[in-house]
Design a binder for this molecule. Structure first.
Ligand code: UGA
Length: 432
């Protein structure tokens, strides 16, 4: 069954992906945003988010007449059957999610929503927000449903169209079923539950992923001390189907616009419920400590001793975005490590395949060529897991650096290849 009147409020990577994918499933979707220039660009099919497949889906949606863009939520909702809220919920004061964007859309649309329509909260919001939204809305003829998204940046379209699961929560069963039906063609397992549980699934999942990464980063550190190899350890662990191979690669810590925000928000929610969530606190602390540990790894590799000085040391940083496949620098562990390296006195040149002049990369001087970034450096430091770093011409890099040292903080490179080119390599979770 196709729904003819879906409104999506907010055209960030969640909103735009949701709108374009729902249109591709056969529904008719109007996406609204407050940014007039953005609405104009999207109407012309111009997508400025780096998300594989999204521009094509937007173009197809526009051509089919099933996807359109309007300025302002009120223009989109007047005849909507289902309204998706995909507005930002950034980290507010004290780590609590800032819901002002959700609240302002509700205020704007309260009197415009047709009777019987369903509001769907896709933004990550604290447990209890759906109930609060219902209260704010104060319309007994409009149901509020929680339907969290599980999209990763860089693979959002494919995550949407091949979901591991659909989660829909509402205290009114019929409204939850109407929302679940929108995804029926995807054939994914569907969890129908109450609103609070659906909201909790999103936080619990992201916090679990963060915990998995902090755990693996801690195990990697222990491997270094005990002479074990983390790649073999995680491979051996991951074959256990209860653990799985995914999300077991050590790195400079987890970042981005979701995991840091959601772990802090969950901690706040726990605090407010008078629950001391020590495991989550340790997950966050381990992540913060990881950044400092990365600086020590660089120090050791460059100077050969613990606590060696990095002052006047020139470093070539490979990768600055929070992960590969995106140009997003928000809460990037790479940038956090770069800041600490700068504070320790190092001079930084950086290269990232997704970045060019104009991106704010703090104290790093950005180059658009990895071989230029490597010129005269005392070490190359891999900070983001861009696959193309593996196939750089390592012999050429060896010929331009001052010292052939690589610190691979993503365990990305093939150590044999890099060593054959003349580099010494240090990575995570390996003693040699
Ligand atoms: C994350 C979740 O994975 C999505 O399921 C969720 O929908 C999304 O947040 C959200 O809440 O909207 P995302 O922020 O795009 O997605 O990033 P991830 O792919 O989860 O990566 C998070 C961080 O962990 C990155 O810094 C990444 O480099 C790091 N990471 C990931 C590792 O260090 N090792 C790994 O094995 C995997």
């Amino acid at each position: 069954m196709f729904v003819r009147r879906i409104a999506v409020i907010g055209t960030g990577y969640v909103g735009l992906t949701t709108g374009a994918c729902l249109a591709s499933l056969g529904h008719r979707v109007v996406c609204a945003d407050v940014d007039e220039a953005k609405v104009r660009r999207l109407t012309a099919g111009e997508v400025d988010i780096l998300e594989p497949g999204l521009a094509e889906l937007v173009a197809e949606g526009i051509a089919s007449g099933r996807l359109s863009f309007v300025l302002g939520a009120s223009s989109a909702v007047t005849d909507a059957e289902v309204v998706f809220l995909c507005v930002p919920t950034p980290m507010g004061v004290g780590g609590i999610a800032d819901l002002s964007a959700v609240e302002s859309v509700v205020d704007e649309c309260r009197d415009l929503l047709p009777a019987g329509c369903v509001i769907v909260n896709k933004s990550t919001v604290p447990v209890g927000t759906s109930v609060r939204t219902s209260e704010l809305l104060n319309r007994s003829d409009v149901a509020v449903v929680s339907n969290p998204e599980f999209l990763r940046e860089g693979t959002a379209v494919s995550d949407f169209l091949n979901p591991d699961r659909i989660v829909v929560g509402c205290d009114q069963q019929d409204a939850a079923e109407r929302v679940a039906a929108l995804y029926a063609r995807l054939g994914a397992p569907t969890v129908l539950t109450d609103a609070a549980s659906a909201e909790m699934v999103k936080y619990a999942a992201n916090c679990f992923l963060a915990m998995k990464l902090s755990y693996v980063n801690a195990v990697a550190e222990l491997c270094e001390r005990l002479g074990a190899n983390i790649s073999d350890v995680t491979e051996g662990m991951g074959y256990d189907r209860r653990i799985g191979q995914a999300f077991l690669t050590p790195g400079p810590g987890w970042g981005g616009s979701c995991l840091p925000k959601d772990t802090h928000a969950m901690l706040q929610v726990a605090d407010a419920a008078d629950f001391e969530f020590r495991l989550l606190r340790a997950t966050i602390d381990t992540n913060e400590r990881q950044r400092q540990r990365m600086v020590e790894k660089v120090r050791m590799a460059v100077t050969g001793k613990r606590g060696g000085s990095l002052s006047h040391v020139r470093l070539g940083l490979l990768g600055l975005t929070f992960k590969a496949g995106t140009d997003d620098l928000r809460d990037s562990p790479a940038l956090a490590v770069a800041t600490l390296l700068h504070q320790a006195g190092a001079e930084l040149v950086g290269y990232d395949p997704a970045l060019s002049d104009g991106h704010d990369v703090g104290k790093v001087s950005l180059s658009d060529d990895p071989y230029v970034a490597a010129k005269d450096v005392d070490a190359l430091v891999v900070l983001t897991e861009w696959p193309e770093f593996r196939t750089l011409d390592w012999a050429r890099l060896a010929s331009v650096v001052r010292k052939p040292v690589v610190v691979d903080l993503r365990n990305l490179l093939d150590p044999d290849v890099v060593r054959r080119a003349g580099f010494t390599v240090s990575a995570l979770g390996r003693s040699h």
